[in-house]
Design a protein around this ligand. Structure first.
Ligand code: ZN
Length: 232
């Protein structure tokens, strides 16, 4: 019977193979979400090992952060872009959990991330959430939470304004654009807490900065930032 089940499983995977979310080749048995070769070849930053990395430096002087890092370099047309695209637009939420776990494993190696109390994903505005059906960053938070044994919450930091794209704005306009976008619903739950903010790709950092400003103003004691990727 076990043999039969195995045979049926192999047969159905011939008809409907699970594909690697990075390179689209069929996954072998035992592989999940990303094939072994892609997993090995991804452009890792190793920023978890370096406090003074480019992501942290980009945010320096803007907000007081405990630490900041991204796990992967994001380049157009790359496997990382395929992964993020599948996570955000193709309902491949398991990509978020998988990469969140991978990210969590790295954070556990650096003691600056070991006293985190709570993980919070960057929220979407409710209109966007309704359109997409899910917040991709919540799945990253779920993976981080699993790996690090730290709780996450997606109901306390709210995005109360939808905003236009940040990319073509200068620093001052980006800041103005992001003012009062986020709001903490229950400050008791974040007061004196070290919070890890997470998102898929860090580009200008303005969104994460605005989240951190709101959390700190409502009594969080420390903010750290970890994203899946960093757009250079
Ligand atoms: Zn692959």
């Amino acid at each position: 019977m076990i043999k039969m089940n195995r045979w049926l499983k192999d047969f159905s995977s011939l008809l409907f193979p699970n594909l690697c979310n990075a390179c689209t080749l069929p996954l072998f048995q035992g592989e999940r979400v990303i094939c072994t070769k892609c997993l090995y070849d991804l452009p890792y930053t190793d920023y978890h090992l370096h406090g003074e990395n480019r992501v942290a430096k980009q945010l320096w002087g803007r907000i007081s952060l405990n630490a900041a890092m991204s796990m992967l370099y994001f380049r157009k047309g790359s496997k990382v872009q395929n992964l993020i695209h599948n996570l955000k637009y193709n309902q491949k939420t398991d990509v978020g959990v998988f990469l969140g776990e991978l990210l969590g494993g790295r954070l556990l190696l650096n003691e600056t991330y070991t006293d985190i109390d709570l993980i919070i994903p960057v929220p979407l505005h409710h209109k966007k959430l309704r359109k997409r059906g899910y917040n991709q960053s919540t799945y990253i938070a779920e993976g981080l939470s699993k790996k690090m044994s730290i709780p996450y919450t997606e109901n306390n930091l709210l995005r109360i304004k939808s905003t236009e794209s940040q990319t073509h704005k200068n620093r001052y306009n980006r800041y103005e654009n992001m003012k009062d976008v986020f709001k903490v619903a229950d400050f008791e739950k974040i007061r004196t807490k070290h919070i890890l903010l997470t998102d898929d790709v860090l580009t200008t950092g303005a969104t994460l900065e605005a989240c951190a400003v709101e959390l700190l103003s409502q009594g969080a004691s420390k903010i750290s930032i970890a994203t899946l990727a960093f757009a250079e």
